[in-house]
Design a protein around this ligand. Structure first.
Ligand code: ZN
Length: 212
């Protein structure tokens, strides 16, 4: 539109310039709004994850370091970057919120976390396609993201003594070690209780006396 305006006759040009100004304004407003939503989302996630960790009496939260993943092709690089910035914000918010109650967030390598069996470290089969994983030897498996969660937790716990700390970054574990993982909590029992959301008000609202 800017190019069109540059070559247009004066009165058309004025109209186009006015439209350009309106659109620029919208773009800025949408950008600001998106930023606010991202921030809110990040802290909402952080609050929930931290409450959950606190209730499970965890001292550590592992966050996958996605930079350890191999980048294939470059077609979707920009898409991916935009999504990563929201993710980074969420992890930063989590580190901040968790630190408030003494829980540390460490980054662990993400490579292969949903490809190997948490029990025997062998490659997992994908019987139902991409989203499920199964180890026929250990007879464990399920959703690949759940499997990845187990593997990431394993990496965090095994790497506990080999944490690299750098200013301005999360403490990081860079090696993925293996040790067999047993099955623990089944999903037949009740879910552990979660604390109430912080903003819940326990006091009664003060009553303003009616005038007259
Ligand atoms: Zn296995």
């Amino acid at each position: 539109m800017t190019q069109l305006a540059a070559t247009a006759p004066p009165e058309v040009r004025a109209q186009l310039d006015a439209k350009i100004a309106v659109l620029d304004g919208h773009r800025t407003a949408v950008g600001v709004k998106r930023g606010k939503i991202n921030r809110e989302l990040a802290f909402h996630f952080a609050r929930q994850a931290t409450d959950y960790a606190a209730d499970a009496q965890a001292q550590l939260i592992a966050a996958e370091d996605l930079t350890t993943l191999e980048t294939r092709g470059h077609g979707r690089v920009n898409n991916n970057r935009a999504a990563q910035s929201a993710r980074r914000q969420a992890v930063a918010a989590l580190a901040h919120t968790a630190a408030g109650i003494g829980i540390t967030v460490v980054s662990v390598p993400a490579r292969g976390s949903s490809a190997q069996c948490p029990g025997c470290d062998e490659p997992l089969a994908r019987p139902g396609g991409y989203h499920t994983a199964w180890c026929s030897r250990c007879r464990v498996g399920g959703n690949r993201d759940h499997v990845a969660g187990v593997n990431l937790a394993k990496r965090a716990l095994l790497g506990k003594r080999k944490v690299t700390r750098r200013r301005g970054q999360l403490p990081a574990i860079r090696v993925a070690e293996h040790a067999p993982v047993r099955r623990c909590r089944d999903k037949n029992g009740p879910t552990p209780r979660r604390p109430l959301h912080r903003r819940v008000r326990h006091s009664l609202p003060t009553v303003t006396p009616r005038m007259g």
